[in-house]
Design a protein around this ligand. Structure first.
Ligand code: TRP
Length: 452
């Protein structure tokens, strides 16, 4: 397929890496992975999660980038173009469409949590963490959750930040933002880690996260771990596909993928270590749920020298990470609109932003006024959106992409895009065609068994 020249491309391989890493690294690593490890029993979850990253995540990330680079289009038109090239049904385009919607659903709660982070930058800066006790910290967090207006204000600001980058487009917006944000993010994380190592209980954190205890592996944990592997690597909805479509020809997809997946996984686990070493040193509960980092970290920051400042840096880091991720959740839908209609990029961005903002308002209310409203299986609005996307829509999207690339696409086209030697290509094909679909399929079968 030829590359239309009007389509903008990343300036360099480095920029693509930064952007894709920026998409992968986000609240998933810093907010979600730590609390999921706690809720799902520690090391057992970590083990399954890492296995899912290697056996399913890495091959499927390659698959998604290769589909995107070959298609050179947004996910919906891209899947259609690929289906036509492979002489298959154009119904494959609905896979791209499903991904775009999934991204918007995720963004609706992602933005609310991003808002919590913004609120905590200010809390830290105001010195509210100083000498705080566990009870006070939990009370502070509960007070934030109990205030729909505050949550709404922060959610609005976060959506605004996301959409103003997206409105500027891939070259001027995404690249510039990422070039500044990702390196700063790494720098700030190093400071935090250094601190946790000196005052926290690293030994207990290590035991909790890595001491294998197979008796603790529960089926539900496997389900969550697989879903989180997708969430953490930004897979299954076309975000990576769209970034791949802006990628130049001469870049190795396999090498780039491995770097990004390793960086993402390492970072998540390191943040986990930093957090749990603080949790255990302060005798806090590891299984606090979505509030974990907000309830526990202020206690640590409140007792360390320059804790207000370090705490502020930490939450700025998280906000940056969340920002570069949220951009990729909405980029596929924007690309689709811009490439299919006469609507201008900024108009599209603000319109879609408004829709997501409204849905996010429902998420905000699900933490207070609408807390008691259960959608399915006793889950409230936030929990439903989270579970629906992470454990169903993303793995389903990934499964279908794997099936398309493995069984419907011309094998030589896949090989051409991946540009691997025969042995490595066979390895990708084996994991893409068998391991990943079987793993996802098994989890789905279990899931349906659960429903029964
Ligand atoms: N991976 C991001 C995180 O860990 C979230 C994210 C961004 C995402 N884009 C995505 C998740 C696309 C699924 C699909 O925070």
């Amino acid at each position: 397929m030829s590359h239309p020249s009007h389509r903008s491309h990343w300036n360099s391989r480095w920029t693509f890496m930064l952007a894709t890493a920026g998409s992968a690294i986000g609240l998933g690593n810093i907010w979600k992975l730590p609390y999921m490890i706690g809720v799902n029993g520690g090391s057992a979850f970590v083990l399954v999660f890492v296995a899912c990253i290697f056996l399913v995540g890495i091959p499927l990330m390659m698959t998604e980038i290769l589909l995107g680079r070959r298609a050179q289009k947004n996910p919906l038109d891209g899947m259609q173009a690929l289906a036509i090239e492979a002489k298959r049904s154009t119904a494959w385009k609905y896979l791209g469409g499903m991904g775009m919607l999934t991204g918007l659903l995720i963004l609706s709660f992602y933005s609310v949590i991003g808002g919590w982070v913004l609120a905590y930058i200010i809390e830290a800066a105001r010195g509210s963490f100083s000498q705080i006790t566990a009870t006070q910290s939990t009370a502070n967090f509960d007070a934030l959750l109990a205030s729909p207006l505050q949550l709404l204000g922060w959610h609005t600001l976060f959506m605004f930040m996301t959409m103003s980058v997206v409105a500027h487009g891939v070259n001027s917006g995404l690249e510039k933002a990422n070039n500044i944000l990702i390196p700063s993010l790494f720098a700030i994380l190093l400071i935090l880690l250094g601190y946790s190592m000196s005052v926290g209980d690293m030994h207990a954190a290590f035991q909790f996260m890595f001491k294998p205890d197979f008796s603790k592996i529960k089926p539900v944990a496997v389900l969550s771990a697989l879903g989180h592997a997708f969430f953490s690597l930004s897979l299954g909805m076309g975000a990576v596909m769209v970034y791949g479509s802006y990628l130049q020809r001469n870049v190795s997809i396999a090498r780039t993928t491995i770097y990004i997946a390793l960086a993402d996984t390492m970072l998540g686990l390191l943040v986990g270590l930093a957090i749990y070493s603080l949790v255990f040193a302060n005798h806090l509960a590891p299984n606090a749920g979505p509030g974990l980092i907000f309830q526990t970290l202020p206690i640590a920051f409140g007792h360390m020298p320059a804790g207000g400042f370090i705490g502020m840096l930490f939450f700025i880091l998280v906000a940056f990470a969340a920002w570069t991720s949220s951009i990729s959740l909405v980029e596929p839908a924007i690309a689709w609109i811009v490439e299919n209609t006469k609507i201008k990029r900024h108009t599209a961005a603000w319109a879609i932003g408004l829709v997501v903002w409204i849905l996010g308002t429902a998420v905000v209310l699900s933490f207070n006024e609408w807390k008691a409203i259960k959608i399915v299986f006793g889950l409230n609005i936030f929990e439903t959106l989270d579970k629906l996307t992470s454990t169903i829509l993303l793995p389903l999207g990934g499964l279908l992409m794997a099936i398309f690339a493995g069984y419907f696409m011309n094998k030589h086209h896949a090989q051409e895009e991946l540009d691997l030697n025969d042995q490595h290509f066979k390895l990708w094909r084996f994991t893409n065609n068998y391991i990943a679909p079987i793993a996802i399929g098994a989890v789905f079968l279990y899931l349906f068994g659960l429903v029964k």
